[in-house]
Design a protein around this ligand. Sequence first.
Ligand SMILES: Nc1ncnc2c1ncn2[C@@H]1O[C@H](COP(=O)(O)OP(=O)(O)OP(=O)(O)O)[C@@H](O)[C@H]1O
Length: 258
Amino acid sequence: MTDEPLLRVTALSKYYGSRIGCEDISFDLWPGEVLAVVGESGSGKTTLLNCLATRLLPTSGTASYRMRDNQWRDLYRMSEAERRFLMRTDWGFVHQNPADGLRMTVSAGANVGERLMAIGDRHYGNIRSTAVDWLGRVEIDEERIDDEPRAFSGGMRQRLQIARNLVTGPRLVFMDEPTGGLDVSVQARLLDLLRGLVTDLGLAAIVVTHDLAVARLLSQRMMVMKDGHVVESGLTDRVLDDPRAPYTQLLVSSILQV
Ligand SMILES: Nc1ncnc2c1ncn2[C@@H]1O[C@H](COP(=O)(O)OP(=O)(O)OP(=O)(O)O)[C@@H](O)[C@H]1O
């Protein structure tokens, strides 16, 4: 086993023209660790997440990822083929809107199964039984396997998107407001499910959220962003119980007053 991080981010900045998206972000992410990135709208959370997931190219800075063979790769210098392979196998990306991460007009089973085919599984029986297993793990009734996600509720769609992402056994999952846009009761159930899966699978994750309760429940560590900068970071419980930056104090107290 190794005691090295999984992801190492150094002085990452992204500018949109002269506007700051995010600036001078550095951190390490360890295997099995969940990091929450919180902050108000426009603070740069999505920009950072998209740079890390290589959906956006940063203006400067580096991010290195430790591959399964323990070789470090610079995310912004790898070949397109290598990047695609990583995204299909070792990484997941859970979008806030499930429609962005699912194929809405193919069956639930195919949504899960095609990710397995993408990594070379050709045995129909295996693919189907793994899909059934994963639907069960995200609490979707096996009877719905041939239904298209457009016939699903928002919560079911989100659970299906999670199954589609986790079926390949990724080591790192990016999540953009995974419970945003859902009813409060549906959110609570989904959070519970996500927490269980992340723990059982020993997943590392970077979760963008404006909801401190999501950060509290899912993450061990958090970074608070404002105007593109990290204003505070540390263990989640410490940051929420004893916020040091004035902005974090404001954020925490405004939630407590609600
Ligand atoms: N494509 C873009 N072109 C120009 N400016 C952008 C673009 N995307 C984001 N920005 C700007 O970058 C800054 C950070 O935005 P970002 O979307 O990363 O914040 P956020 O914290 O994710 O907000 P939200 O929670 O609303 O998504 C904002 O000032 C925003 O206006």
